[in-house]
Design a protein around this ligand. Structure first.
Ligand SMILES: *Cc1c(COP(=O)(O)O)cnc(C)c1O
Length: 409
C-alpha cells in the first residue's frame, strides 16, 4: 500500500489513494514514510543532520530541496514530516509546520506574518500565553492590537478595519468555555481582507472543522489532546502551502522553534487514537456536566454541550462535539474551591488538559494569576471557578470523586 523507499533517496512516491480515505483512516495512515526495513510502526529518525553522497549532491540539495530530502532538523526531519503530513491530511489543510510547543506555533504564526504598523483584532478571552504574545510582544514591535469580547459580533464588526491584517481567536475559550461564531467572524474578517487565525486547542481537530468554518490558519498545542497522555510538548501551524512555505517556514527555520523528532513520533502515534479518545472523553464530560448541574455546592456549571450554554446554537451548527473540558463555579469562592480540590482523590490537581487522566485547575491562582482582578472579573474567572479536563476514567468513578469532594463544603 505504501511505497517503500530509502529516506533521502530521489525516488519517493506518494500514495495516490490517500485523498479519498475518510479522516479516520488518514489519522492512522497518512504521511507514513516507510524505510527499506519495512517497519510497521513509523520510525523515529533521531538525527539532526543528513549525509550526502557527494559534494555535488550536497550543493544540489542546498540549491533546491526536493520532496523527502532534508538538510538539518531545524528545517525538517522525516519523522516530523510524517506528523505534519498526517495532521494536515486529517484537518484538510494544504500544509503544516510542526513546532516545539503550542506557544511556538502561536508565536511563529503571528510573528511571521505581521510587521510594524499592522492591525490585529483578537478575542480577549485567551490562554494566558496567547494573551501575552498579543498584548505584550506584538505591540512592542509596533503592531496595534484591538481586543473584543469574542462572542459579541458587533464588537468584531466595529473593531475590524480596512487595514486589519489578522484576527485571532480561540474557538472555545479557556477557561470559561465561550464558543465563538467562527463562521460569522471569518466573514467579517474576509470582507476586510484579514487573515483568520484560530487556536483550536480546546475544540480539537475532531470537534471543530475550523477551515470549513472559514479559518485561514489553524494552530494546535499538540501537548494537549494530540499527545493526550501528558508526555511531551508540541505544536503545529496549518494553512495554505503558500502561507506555510513562504511565510511560516522561513521564520521558524531560522528562529529555531522546530519540533523534536522524538516528540513528532509521539504526536504522530497520538493522532492514531485521537478521535477515539476525545469522543470518549467528550461523552464522559457531557454526562458529568449534566449530572453536576444544580448541585448545591456549585453556582454554575459551564459546558458547551449543555442546552443552557450561551452559545448552544453555535455549538449545534458549527461543531461536531462540545469538547472535553467543564468549568465549575464552586459556591464559597476560593476557600471552598481549594477545599474541593484538596478533597479529590482520583482527579489530580495540575494544569495540563486533554490528558487521559482527569485534571483540575484553579485558574484564578494558577494559569490566570498574571491577570489583574479586574481582567479576571471581566472574563468571568471567579475565585470559585475550577477547570476540569475530563480524562478516560470511568464516568461513575469520576462522578463519585467529584460529589464526595463537593460534599466537604
Ligand atoms: C496549552 C495551550 C496553548 C499553548 O500550548 P503549549 O504546548 O503549552 O505551548 C495555546 N493555546 C491554548 C488554548 C492552550 O490550551
Amino acid at each position: 500500500m505504501f511505497p517503500r523507499f530509502v529516506i533521502g533517496g530521489a525516488n519517493v512516491e506518494r500514495d495516490p489513494m490517500s485523498d479519498s480515505w475518510n479522516h479516520r483512516t488518514r489519522a492512522v495512515h497518512a504521511g507514513t514514510r516507510r524505510s527499506q526495513y519495512g517497519e510497521v510502526s513509523e520510525a523515529i529518525f533521531l538525527t539532526q543532520g543528513f549525509v550526502y553522497d557527494s559534494a555535488e549532491a550536497a550543493a544540489q540539495r542546498f540549491e533546491s530541496l526536493g520532496e523527502d530530502e532534508f538538510i538539518y532538523a531545524r528545517y525538517g526531519n522525516p519523522t516530523v514530516a510524517m506528523f505534519e503530513e498526517r495532521i494536515a491530511s486529517i484537518e484538510g489543510a494544504e500544509d503544516a509546520f510542526a513546532t516545539a510547543s503550542g506557544m511556538a506555533a502561536v508565536n511563529g504564526a503571528m510573528m511571521s506574518m505581521l510587521k510594524a504598523g499592522d492591525h490585529v483584532v483578537s478575542s480577549r478571552a485567551l490562554f494566558g500565553s496567547c494573551l501575552y504574545i498579543l498584548e505584550e510582544i506584538l505591540t512592542r514591535f509596533g503592531v496595534e492590537v484591538t481586543f473584543v469580547d469574542g462572542t459579541d459580533l458587533d464588537q468584531w464588526r466595529d473593531a475590524i478595519r480596512p487595514d486589519t491584517k489578522a484576527v485571532f481567536l480561540e474557538t472555545i475559550s479557556n477557561p470559561t468555555l465561550e464558543v465563538i461564531d467562527l463562521r460569522a467572524v471569518a466573514r467579517l474578517a474576509h470582507a476586510a481582507g484579514a487573515t483568520v487565525v484560530v487556536d483550536n486547542v480546546f475544540a480539537t481537530p475532531i470537534f471543530s472543522r475550523a477551515f470549513e468554518m472559514g479559518a485561514d490558519v489553524v494552530i494546535y498545542s499538540a501537548t494537549k489532546h494530540i499527545d493526550g497522555q501528558g508526555r511531551g510538548l508540541g505544536g503545529v501551524i496549518l494553512g495554505s502551502r503558500e502561507f506555510i512555505r513562504k511565510t511560516v517556514e522561513p521564520y521558524l527555520k531560522h528562529t529555531g522553534g522546530a519540533m523534536s523528532p522524538f516528540n513528532a513520533w509521539m504526536m504522530l502515534k497520538g493522532l492514531e487514537t485521537l478521535e477515539l479518545r476525545v469522543r470518549e472523553q467528550e461523552r464522559t464530560a457531557r454526562h458529568l456536566a449534566a449530572a453536576l448541574q444544580g448541585h448545591k455546592g456549585l453556582s454554575r456549571v459551564i459546558y458547551p454541550g449543555l442546552p443552557d450554554h450561551a452559545q448552544a446554537q453555535v455549538v449545534a451548527e458549527q461543531m461536531g462535539g462540545a469538547g472535553t473540558v467543564i468549568a465549575l463555579d464552586v459556591t464559597g469562592g476560593r476557600d471552598a474551591a481549594f477545599r474541593v480540590l484538596n478533597a479529590l482523590k482520583l482527579v489530580t490537581i495540575s494544569n495540563n488538559l486533554g490528558d487521559a487522566k482527569s485534571i483540575v485547575t484553579h485558574p484564578a491562582t494558577t494559569t490566570h494569576q498574571r491577570l489583574s482582578e479586574a481582567q479576571r472579573a471581566h472574563l468571568g474567572i471567579t475565585d470559585g471557578l475550577l477547570r476540569l479536563s475530563v480524562g478516560l476514567e470511568d464516568a461513575g468513578d469520576l462522578m463519585a470523586d467529584l460529589t464526595a469532594a463537593l460534599d466537604v463544603i
